[in-house]
Design a protein around this ligand. Structure first.
Ligand code: ZN
Length: 219
């Protein structure tokens, strides 16, 4: 079955249902947004939404970057600034998936890097940035997150909190979110198997990363 097309809200409904169904996150742990390419507004999940019970009525249309909303929509997620600040810094980004996946957050809290172990991890993520803890929903966290991805990184772990994964489409952002948590789960397994030594799990060989950087890699 192909990925749902059409309305961006339908695509985000799919992301929310799949994220919960596959154990990427528990029911209300995160928020999702998308915009038409180049738009100064984005759709974002409403405050208090359950990710596996979304429908078109659970989204707000808000302005970038100030979060102004049109009447008739529910209140946006309290973390809307995390989305709008990043859209403002990254004109190429049209979808942001913010989730609270447990293994990515646990490893980062313990000071371990999430390793890019497979070709998929490297292809979809390439680089994973982190930012220290700050209050969820705060302007400070939103600005730190936007700064961390300003140079083109598309996967970010927010300390003791969650991830923010970016792409030019909802489908690609979804693939990146899935690969981020799988990379974390494989890193976690590797650390268990090696009793935490070495602290840095071996990553995919550099020669594959070099083919990615030259745009030659196929997976
Ligand atoms: Zn959050």
């Amino acid at each position: 079955m192909s990925y749902p097309g059409g309305d961006l809200r339908d695509q985000l409904v799919h992301v929310g249902a799949e994220a919960v169904r596959t154990g990427l996150v528990i029911g209300s742990g995160g928020n999702l947004s998308a915009r038409a390419s180049g738009s100064g507004q984005c759709w974002i999940t409403a405050a208090g939404s359950w990710l596996d019970r979304l429908g078109p009525a659970e989204f707000s249309l808000i302005s970038i970057p100030d979060g102004g909303s049109q009447g008739g929509h529910p209140h946006p997620s309290s973390e809307w600034r995390l989305h709008t600040e990043t859209y403002a810094r990254r004109p190429d980004v049209n979808a942001i998936i913010h989730l609270h996946p447990q293994t990515s957050v646990l490893l980062t809290a313990l000071g371990y890097d999430v390793a890019l172990i497979t070709t998929d991890h490297a292809y979809y993520l390439r680089e994973i940035a982190t930012v220290p803890f700050d209050q969820p929903g705060s302007t400070e966290l939103a600005r730190a997150a936007a700064q961390a991805v300003a140079g083109g990184v598309n996967a970010l772990v927010l300390g003791h909190h969650g991830c923010s994964v970016l792409a030019d489409s909802v489908e690609l952002a979804h693939k990146r979110a899935v690969n981020l948590e799988q990379a974390a789960q494989m890193t976690y397994a590797a650390l268990l198997l090696t009793a935490g030594q070495p602290r840095r799990v071996p990553q995919i060989p550099a020669r594959f990363l070099e083919t990615l950087d030259r745009g030659e890699a196929q997976i």
